[in-house]
Design a protein around this ligand. Structure first.
Ligand code: ADP
Ligand code: MG
Length: 259
């Protein structure tokens, strides 16, 4: 089914403080959207609110994936519906091996009564790990425990490849990656580009966008998307920073602020 994702007037608060102040965004299957912006402008909050992190209270708006509102679903239901988030700071889960975690996540994604056999799963996982140039021992390590920053990010991409989601949100997937890891991770994302899948790539730096060419670039400030354009917008931000955007829009403090 052709993917269509619409975020409509999304507002969210943390501990009663409004962080997201009305986000509107439309992502169609086949499209890659990038959200860029300085620190503290609400980018990760958007990702967490969409995924259903309990700390983030959605106060207004909708997030419709093929007509169904994700915001009315549990976290599990959102994953089953095809939403995937690679977090900026993936959690470590001691006691749960990476391969057990991946298999549970995949079975949850497939829905009840559609379990993948252990043999098939292992074959699939090993194939994807090879593509990502991951050491096979990472299958048996505890989830993210003692993984370096770059290893965690590769592992998030491994999850994405196994789960075959319809909407992929990558939050600062480039942070902590050296140039080789950046290339491998980008190849993984590019290989997953399809008409059935939309991407939302959150990044601080333009560098990732040299490897993954976005169709649309959005700038986030003060908990809103304040500017949108094509790939040339990312290039200008790389060359000139964010000050010209602030000047153009009369923004003094780009963060969500203390109010
Ligand atoms: P970005 O990802 O753009 O750097 P964030 O969404 O992480 O920005 O943060 C936006 C604002 O929300 C910041 O002021 C930050 O301190 C606040 N914030 C984000 N997550 C939490 C949290 N779990 N608890 C308290 N404040 C938070
Ligand atoms: Mg962030």
């Amino acid at each position: 089914m052709a993917t269509h994702f619409v975020i409509d007037g999304l507002k969210a608060a943390i501990d009663g403080k409004e962080i997201l102040k009305g986000i509107n965004l439309e992502i169609k299957g086949g499209e890659i959207h990038a959200i860029m912006g300085p620190n503290g402008t609400g980018k990760s909050t958007l990702a967490s609110a969409l995924m259903g992190h309990p700390k983030y209270e959605v106060t207004e708006g909708k997030a419709l994936l093929n007509g169904e509102d994700l915001l009315e679903m549990s976290v599990d239901e959102r994953a089953l519906a095809g939403l995937f988030l690679a977090m900026q700071y993936p959690s470590e889960i001691p006691g749960v091996t990476n391969s057990d975690f991946l298999r549970s996540a995949l079975n949850a994604r497939l829905g009840e009564g559609n379990e993948i056999s252990l043999i098939k799963f292992i074959r699939k996982m090993e194939g994807k790990m090879k593509e990502l140039e991951m050491n096979p021992e990472f299958a048996h390590r505890y989830l993210n425990e003692g993984f370096s920053g770059g290893e965690k990010k590769r592992n998030e991409i491994l999850q994405m490849m196994l789960l075959d989601p319809s909407i992929v949100i990558l939050d600062e997937i480039d942070s902590g990656l050296d140039i080789d890891a950046l290339r491998i991770v980008s190849q993984g994302v590019n290989a997953m580009r399809s008409e059935d899948r939309g991407f939302l790539i959150i990044t601080h730096y333009q560098r990732l966008l040299n490897y993954i060419t976005p169709d649309f670039v959005h700038v986030m400030m003060q908990g809103r998307i304040v500017k949108s354009g094509g790939p040339e917008l990312a290039e200008r931000l790389e060359n000139e920073g964010y000050d010209w955007v602030k000047e153009e829009l009369g923004i003094v403090d780009e963060t969500v602020g203390q109010a």
